[in-house]
Design a protein around this ligand. Structure first.
Ligand code: IFM
Length: 451
């Protein structure tokens, strides 16, 4: 492998950044997160999303889209805010829909293909009052909303992501109590997750009914589990079990239509069979797992961070956000690829306030992506989380994921070194080996890159 060589990606590959409405728009007051932010003790330092990165002001959004275009990005993942579009049950706000049409137009005008997420953690308050995703009618409510969005934006959007990280929504909200509604009840968590997957299937069918050339998937937060002690059979069992619950159950649902325990009894749901055109992989870090007989509530498993691993920034609960392990992305991609669908890496990134890890993080995760493509995974795009530091839910502004540093007081954006690194990769449609060598010395050895 020479230093002029490149880990080349397929033609037409989408190089993007991922964002979300509540984390970027500002001024969202009619959803359950805005309400949650008002409750003492819920959000780090009592912070709120507030003006966020001010994207509801289209001039600010346009300036950030310019930044993305200047980096050489040809795609951007963003979400639409249900509570703006349907502020009251059954009442649709045409002004909000028009504004999203304009926002998407700003992307298109810059040669940036939008990937639009239809649900990214936030629910309108009217839905919260009705029990949110525990209400048996939620599939119908969601599908009606989705149809309105597709009718309004369908001229400009064909790449859709129905729901972002249903597992995170269900488990952090109904198992950990870390997200609203702050419940801790496994039965309710599984019920919510099942309804989200069913709603995904309905949304998939609805979008295709309205738009023949749509490409529809969901974004799954993949947890790659590694055994605490690989030599211990019980730890390997813990890994297999958690992998089934956290990953395979979701893939089985949206490709084979199967609802496996604890989501169901293995029944096949017709509208979920083959209900995705791609699988969206959100990968951040792997999880270590060990068998633990003292934890029946956690399926007799314990998850932990390895003291030997490299760790990312610390979250407000005092633990690192996660381990840094690029090879985990390779494992995530090859596992998902086995379901026979194209893949998009709908999120990958790292909280790293001083940007000393991110340049290497980006280059090595993309080297592993290249390796997965070489080994047969049909990966079509990569979305770095995120463009500009944004509101990181319960951790608020304490975790910084952006290619651009963001000063909340002044709304100033400053490019980080990692923005230049990602830009070089996007513009080259691949990872230049000399860049990889520069940011991650030695990482490329053993890769057969060609020139
Ligand atoms: O900020 C979140 C995003 O909303 C969903 N995926 C993980 C990101 C970083 O934690």
């Amino acid at each position: 492998m020479t230093h002029t060589s490149i880990l080349r990606f397929p033609d037409g590959f989408l190089w993007g950044a991922a964002t979300a409405a509540h984390q970027n728009e500002g001024g969202n007051r009619n959803n359950q997160w805005a309400a949650w932010e008002q409750q003492p003790g819920r959000i780090h330092n009592g912070a709120v999303a507030g003006a966020a990165t001010d994207w509801w002001n289209l001039e600010t959004a346009a300036a950030d889209f310019d930044r993305a275009a200047e980096l050489g990005l040809n795609s951007l993942r963003l979400s639409v805010e249900w509570s703006r579009i349907e502020p009251e049950q059954g009442v649709f706000d045409q002004t909000a829909l028009r504004k999203y049409t304009e926002m998407i137009g700003l992307l298109r005008a810059r040669g940036i293909e939008p990937m639009v997420t239809l649900h990214h953690f936030t629910d309108p308050l009217w839905l919260t009052d009705l029990g949110a995703w525990e209400n048996s009618r939620v599939e119908g409510y969601f599908t009606r909303f989705v149809a309105r969005v597709v009718e309004a934006l369908g001229d400009q959007v064909t790449l859709w992501c129905t729901i972002n990280e249903p597992l995170v929504y269900a488990y952090l909200g109904y198992l950990g109590g870390y997200f609203p509604p702050g419940v801790n009840d496994p039965r309710r968590a599984f019920n919510v997750l099942r309804r989200m997957l069913l709603a995904h299937g309905r949304a998939y069918r609805t979008i295709h009914r309205l738009q023949g050339n749509a490409r529809v998937g969901l974004a799954h937060n993949v947890r790659v589990f590694l055994p605490g002690d690989p030599a211990r059979a019980a730890d390997r069992y813990a890994v297999a079990l958690l992998d089934r619950i956290a990953n395979r159950n979701v893939y089985d649902a949206i490709t084979r239509g199967r609802l496996n325990p604890p989501l169901g009894l293995g029944q096949q749901v017709t509208h979920l069979i083959d209900a995705c055109d791609y699988i969206g992989v959100n990968y951040y870090s792997p999880g270590r797992a060990a068998f633990d007989p003292a934890r029946p509530g956690q399926f007799f498993t314990r998850q932990f961070l390895s003291p030997k691993a490299e760790l990312s920034d610390i979250t407000p609960n005092g633990e690192a956000y996660g381990e840094i392990d690029p090879h985990g992305l390779y494992l995530a991609l090859t596992q998902a690829a086995a379901y026979g669908k194209p893949l998009y890496i709908t999120e990958n990134g790292v909280p790293d306030h001083d940007d000393d890890v991110r340049p290497r993080f980006i280059a090595t995760h993309l080297a592993e992506t290249w390796r997965a493509i070489r080994d047969g995974a049909d990966v079509r795009g990569f979305y770095h989380w995120t463009l500009v530091d944004n509101f990181e839910w319960a951790a608020a502004w304490s975790l910084r994921f952006g290619l651009f540093d963001f000063d909340r007081e002044t709304q100033t954006r400053t490019p980080r070194t990692s923005a230049a690194v990602y830009s070089r990769i996007a513009q080259a449609n691949g990872v230049p080996v000399n860049l990889l060598e520069q940011v991650a010395p030695g990482y490329g050895s053993g890769l057969d890159a060609g020139s």
